[in-house]
Design a protein. Structure first.
Lengths: 192, 192
DNA sequence: CGCATTTTGGATGGGTCAGTTCAGAACTCT
DNA sequence: AGAGTTCTGAACTGACCCATCCAAAATGCG
């Protein structure tokens, strides 16, 4: 047999995800990725083939992680509206907490490279769909529990909520004003 | 006096706006800009100093143009909700009509370069604020006219509407499914 | 007409880009 | 211990990047 890999590929993807998340796809160079992961060029290319492949891997990882995160926020018991409110407010605070205002990797991927690379578009779409589906299930529960009017289209409401979140991630990139973002949350929750 | 400029600087900014809009900031090279505008490197740099300056000029132009466009859509007489609905649906159709799914230049700017370049962030912020303000005025009129409940915070509703539009521009980058976007519009209008 | 001034195209420069190559080190299994 | 395989670091490749420079062309004014 042969020499085993000296580094943790999982940790490398994580580090790459961080680098892409902070700088976007185009502005993150392979040099940045080497420094971020602590790996040499050869190791990176041997393990991940290309910058684009590594990006997709990072995006996949991001989608998994955020799915878990979303399930934790949105899977709780109790009244639905406070759950959604807390979920959205967490997104606001997370975004404002970091100095680089890094928003959502999937949103960046969709906007920056989604229209050019179908594979990336697929990954972003899957990420979006996962959240929309989770929201829809939660909203339907709210309708059964009497928290949300059963007359409304749960899927459409889930899509609107997701769009509002995407909007938060967009606006949050260029503002420090928390109110700008919490207004979106408040109006959204009030609209459900 | 001296030799007058052989090209129309206005048209050049317009062409540059188009190039940046289609490809984003990073992925649009100076070569692309030369080809898009039909100008030589010297002329471009002589007139616009740098790629970044030209981008800002294009973004400024975009903001002006979209402000006019938004005023046309949102400044009409009559019931408020159909006006907002038509405005949002136009954004959906515009986005789906183009093969490259180019969304909104200000959204791209905010997401791709906003967090790195404060000047770009300012321009995007100004663009966003302009639309939010227009929406707020319209929503307040709707409240006076009895189309929208006067109990709700008009500014927050305007910000939510804007966030939903930004979300449409994000999701629209990676989907051809019109329903995904019209659901957002329908739920949004229903929520006002 | 000719001078001053600006534009313009093309060549060029220094730097960085993504990706490759290769030799030697490292490791597992026999 | 030795064979066989894989990993790794550093140098390298060719292309492209943004920006500059320069000489020639073009113009308006005296």
């Amino acid at each position: 047999m042969a020499r085993p890999r000296q580094f943790d590929a999982d940790a490398a993807v994580e580090a790459a995800m961080d680098a892409f998340w902070a700088g976007g796809y185009g502005a993150t160079s392979t040099q940045d990725l080497c420094e971020g992961t602590g790996l040499g060029r050869s190791s990176l290319y041997n393990a991940f083939t290309s910058k684009s492949h590594l990006y997709q891997e990072a995006l996949r990882r991001y989608a998994e992680r955020s799915r878990v995160d979303q399930a934790a926020w949105l899977g709780r018991e109790g009244p639905v509206l406070p759950i959604i409110q807390a979920f959205l407010l967490d997104a606001v605070d997370t975004q404002l907490a970091r100095a680089d205002h890094r928003g959502c990797l999937a949103v960046s991927a969709a906007v920056e490279v989604g229209s050019a690379e179908p594979d990336v578009a697929s990954l972003a779409r899957a990420d979006f769909d996962g959240l929309v589906e989770t929201l829809r299930a939660l909203i339907e529960r709210g309708q059964r529990d009497g928290d949300i009017s059963p007359d409304r289209d749960a899927l459409a409401l889930a899509r609107l909520t997701h769009a509002a979140l995407a909007g938060i991630h967009v606006v949050g990139r260029i503002t420090d004003d928390r109110r700008r973002l919490t207004d979106i949350v408040d109006a959204m929750v009030e609209s459900l």
